[in-house]
Design a protein. Structure first.
Length: 95
């Protein structure tokens, strides 16, 4: 199955289950034989953490850490909006 077919199959499953959003997480661990949903759906193998936010209608985001890995992520997943995790740190901190 090629990348476009894989994304379409996931979106079709999302629609069938009534899901508008799917979040895939990779903590940067690379286990032999393990699955990596971020790699499978975004074609990006993270050095550290990464999260793929897949929307049923498109407009997907790939959040990467460390910050300097964003350019490599954008090359690997040009159709996705790449964000640096550091951009969201202040949003997650309590007041």
């Amino acid at each position: 199955m090629n990348h476009a077919s894989r994304l379409k199959a996931v979106r079709d499953d999302m629609q069938a289950q009534g899901l508008e959003l799917l979040v895939c997480i990779n903590d940067g661990s690379h286990f032999s034989g393990g699955s990596d949903a971020v790699l499978a759906l975004a074609k990006f193998r993270s050095f550290e953490g990464a999260a793929l936010v897949l929307h049923a209608g498109g407009d997907d985001s790939l959040v990467v850490s460390p910050e300097w890995d964003a350019d490599r992520a954008a090359e690997a997943a040009p159709a996705m909006r790449v964000r640096r995790s550091e951009e969201h740190t202040s949003e997650l901190q309590s007041p």
